[in-house]
Design a protein around this ligand. Structure first.
Ligand code: UN1
Length: 508
């Protein structure tokens, strides 16, 4: 390839060309591994080429990153916050272009592409405030002339492995916190979104360079499973944050545990929306549409199961099917498109196989259910009537397929909600306080995200994001998630000249 096609020329604006080095190592762009092609999911044509990391590139990058971590952890936290503030500003100035690239390379619609970059900007703002609030605590000691306190210290290096569906925002959740907490970041983006990895890294590291800081504070590799495995095995990386399927997450966790490292897992979801008999049906239908069709069903927070009270079953379903038939499917960059392509041809094949399995297990297709003939990876938005006990309902089919089920009582609905292996997100539509408080309480939803009268997806960054069970138990982004990126030191200080022992022990 010599130069970018006309429609991709905007990529020059964010530092990309037709052939790109895919690794930011010790402050320079390199890449000695395999060449990969960035493919446009809307037509399966090549956008540009990227050179991935070789094992030697990885080693060189990690050496520099370890050195940089000694410098970065000594920069005062509010000064680190100032760097993250500048990163936020740099992203603001490239919001449109980077958002457009997210839409182009991942396949989500433009509004969602821009929203994804906005999510990193929001995280930057959050992290700047946090950089002045990494507070420890003072604990009363039981011993005279002693004092106990908790200090929060950096871990050193945080490894971040992200997935194609949120190719830069999830890096932002992790990196913004990791950086203000005093850690260097080693990022491996998804193998199928290398241009986003390179472009985002360029924006981040330009800020480091402008401030005369070592570029290796943010080390970034394009690469596949080999580089992911190297990160998981690397004892220089005390914390590995991984986003992806439960299956791969388990493998990563085992490798990291084997060396007593820590893992932050953000794995599969299988999220339900429950619509009660008293629900605002219009609100529920709009929410289900965004939750099930948004991002072509490729969010971990996508609504996959719709649980309808028997009294409103047909009312909701009729309205929903009607809307599904009007969804504008097409180029994600085009104004008005609601449903873009699936990310890869493999995802499209998986959709096709999934529909066969659904049918074999007694699922009745109410609308959709087929591939769309085109150059791209387009499929029809699909609604399936199925029993909550069908095996296929337990799996996460990563596409716009919604299972609908009927229930009679709240208890039955909660039981169905909690009956899958995954535990990421959930939502109930009701106006009744007795129902909503039961839903968010100990006998309610067993998920990490428990919503009322809003979709399962589209979380704000201010809350801790993550889920239970096969979703992996991690919490990222807001609230006190930052604590996972730090090492807690419990310090007991004796400022007297006696040695009283705890628990009243007299030792000779
Ligand atoms: C994901 O799909 O991996 O709540 C993350 C949401 C987004 C994040 C999704 N803020 O849908």
């Amino acid at each position: 390839m010599t130069s970018l096609k006309k429609e991709y020329e905007f990529l020059n604006d964010i530092g990309l060309s037709s052939r790109n080095s895919g690794c930011y190592i010790d402050g320079a762009w390199k890449g000695n591994g395999p060449i990969v092609y960035s493919i446009n999911p809307a037509n399966n044509q090549t956008i540009a080429e990227v050179i991935e990391a070789s094992p030697q590139d990885y080693e060189e990058g990690m050496k520099a990153c370890s050195e940089a971590s000694k410098i970065w952890m000594q920069v005062p936290a509010p000064k680190r916050g100032e760097i993250v503030r500048q990163i936020g500003d740099a992203l603001r100035s490239k919001l449109q272009q980077l958002g457009r690239l997210v839409s182009l390379e991942m396949g989500k619609i433009l509004a969602e592409g821009i929203g994804e970059v906005q999510e990193i900007i929001d995280m930057c703002d959050f992290a700047v405030g946090l950089s002045r609030q990494l507070n420890g605590s003072i604990i009363p000691s039981e011993r005279p002339n002693h004092m106990m306190l908790e200090m929060w210290n950096p871990l050193g290096i945080v490894g971040v492995i992200t997935a194609f569906n949120f190719p830069c925002a999830v890096m932002g959740w992790n990196a913004c916190l990791a950086l203000v907490c005093g850690n260097c970041v080693v990022w491996k983006g998804a193998p199928t979104t290398p241009l986003i990895t390179v472009a985002t890294t360029k924006i981040v590291v330009e800020v480091l360079e402008k401030n005369n800081l070592p570029g290796a504070i943010f080390t970034s590799f394009c690469g596949g499973a080999e580089i992911g495995q190297a990160i998981a095995e690397d004892t220089r990386i005390p914390l590995v944050s991984f986003t992806g399927s439960s299956k791969v997450g388990l493998v990563v966790q085992k490798i990291v545990n084997e060396r007593f490292g820590k893992c932050l897992l953000e794995l599969s979801g299988n999220n339900a929306i429950i619509v009660m008999d008293d629900a605002d049906v219009k609100l529920a239908v709009r929410s289900v549409l965004f939750a099930a069709v948004g991002t072509a069903g490729q969010r971990c927070t996508t609504c996959r199961r719709l649980l309808l009270h028997e009294s409103i079953y047909h009312t909701v379903l009729d309205q929903l099917i009607d809307l599904y038939k009007q969804i504008k499917i097409g180029d994600p960059l085009e104004n008005g498109t609601l449903l873009g392509p699936l990310h890869t041809q493999t995802s499209r094949n998986n959709f096709e196989k999934g529909i066969e399995i659904i049918k074999a297990q007694g699922g009745k297709i109410l609308t959709g259910g087929a591939l769309i003939e085109s150059e791209g990876n387009f499929v029809q938005p699909t609604i399936v009537e199925i029993s909550p006990t069908a095996n296929v309902v337990k799996d996460e089919l990563f596409g716009p397929v919604l299972y609908v089920m009927k229930f009679k009582t709240l208890n039955e609905a909660i039981e169905i909600n909690n009956s899958v292996p995954q535990g990421l997100s959930s939502s109930i539509f009701t106006g009744r306080p007795d129902i909503l408080f039961k839903w968010i309480g100990p006998q309610g939803s067993d998920c990490g995200i428990v919503n009322v009268n809003i979709p399962t997806n589209g979380a704000e960054i201010g809350g801790a994001f993550g889920g239970e069970k096969a979703t992996g138990g991690g919490r990222e982004a807001g609230s006190d998630s930052w604590k996972q990126y730090m090492r807690r030191s419990t310090c007991t200080i004796n400022y007297g000249s006696e040695l009283p022992l705890a628990q009243g022990i007299n030792f000779g």
